[in-house]
Design a protein around this ligand. Structure first.
Ligand SMILES: NC(=O)c1ccc[n+]([C@@H]2O[C@H](COP(=O)([O-])OP(=O)(O)OC[C@H]3O[C@@H](n4cnc5c(N)ncnc54)[C@H](OP(=O)(O)O)[C@@H]3O)[C@@H](O)[C@H]2O)c1
Length: 269
């Protein structure tokens, strides 16, 4: 898909991956509607985009609030939106017993309910365009269930299932659906505990710029199928689908370290 002149709604625009996506999309000539909760951060991002701020718009919204989502739909009604990127998300590195009921509910809301609801709201607009796309930012942990990420994994497995079903539901329309799943990426989503654990376990991490460039390449070359970004995570995702017992064994070896970091109160979150 050629991005020149396309209108893109990008949620989580000011986050680590979101800001890099905004930069790449602006460079490719797209017109952006940047969505986030912090007006000043959105304005700052808009002001530094390649090509200048003029073509782009901002929309301040807490996406967990239904009225804010309805307001976003209204803001999009005249904008002829071609692409929706559901990127806003939160992480939670915690053993299930340590997780609060509120944290579980709000993570599932933002990571799973919000992209489904936003997609439903913007689908009529997207269907009115000759070609359009919905891009859901998942995670490698949406294919590989990982200890201390049970709730996050549940949300991203759910998002992957939603994306796959919707992609098939919309095959006979002009709307393409992509599920793009980065592995660990160096953004504020990962607190110092997670960074320390990744370093101790030798887990590969990517720069958000690289993740954004990889997604842009997939959009440009029309690779709409679900994909986990990064090797060997893509291989493990396939292996886990075919033979989860093998992955159980590999992860069991890491479990004492994972639990040690999850329980560590000395590192700031
Ligand atoms: N970092 C990783 O290791 C990694 C790996 C795989 C997948 N991912 C996925 O990539 C996506 C982006 O993550 P990131 O790493 O860029 O995280 P990030 O830097 O923490 O950014 C998350 C963004 O989500 C937005 N957000 C949070 N709660 C919101 C709410 N209630 N309403 C509206 N926006 C809200 C934040 O916007 P505000 O500006 O309003 O705070 C922020 O811009 C997420 O879906 C994440 O699950 C990340």
């Amino acid at each position: 898909m050629n991005l020149l002149g396309k209108t893109v709604v990008l949620t989580g625009a000011c986050g680590g991956i979101g800001a890099c996506l905004a930069e790449e999309l602006a460079k490719a000539g797209a017109r952006l509607l940047l969505v986030g909760r912090d007006q000043r951060a959105l304005e700052r991002l808009r002001s530094i985009l390649p090509g200048g701020p003029l073509p782009h718009m901002i929309y301040v919204a807490n996406l967990c609030v239904e009225e804010d989502r309805a307001g976003l739909k209204l803001a999009c009604s005249d904008a002829q939106v071609d692409i929706l990127i559901n990127n806003a998300g939160v992480g939670e590195f915690n053993l299930l017993e340590q997780s609060s009921s509120d944290a579980i509910a709000s993570l599932l809301d933002l990571n799973l309910n919000v992209p489904i609801q936003l997609t439903r709201l913007l689908l009529p607009t997207l269907k009115s365009r000759p070609t359009a796309a919905i891009i859901n930012i998942g995670s490698a942990l949406g294919s590989i269930g990982y200890p201390a990420y049970s709730v996050y994994s549940a949300s991203k497995f759910g998002l992957r299932g939603f994306s796959e079903a919707l992609r098939r539901e919309l095959t006979d329309s002009g709307v393409r659906v992509m599920h793009f799943a980065p592995r660990a990426t160096r953004t504020p989503l990962n607190d110092s505990k997670v960074q320390a654990m990744n370093a101790a376990l030798g887990t590969a991490t990517d720069a958000p710029e690289l993740v954004a460039q990889a997604l842009l390449k997939r959009i440009r070359t029309n690779r709409w199928q679900a994909s986990v970004f990064g090797w060997p995570e893509r291989f493990y995702a396939l292996l886990n689908a075919m033979n989860p017992a093998f992955t159980d064994g590999a992860i069991e070896k890491q479990l004492p370290e994972i639990k040690r970091f999850a329980a560590d109160k000395s590192l700031p979150e």
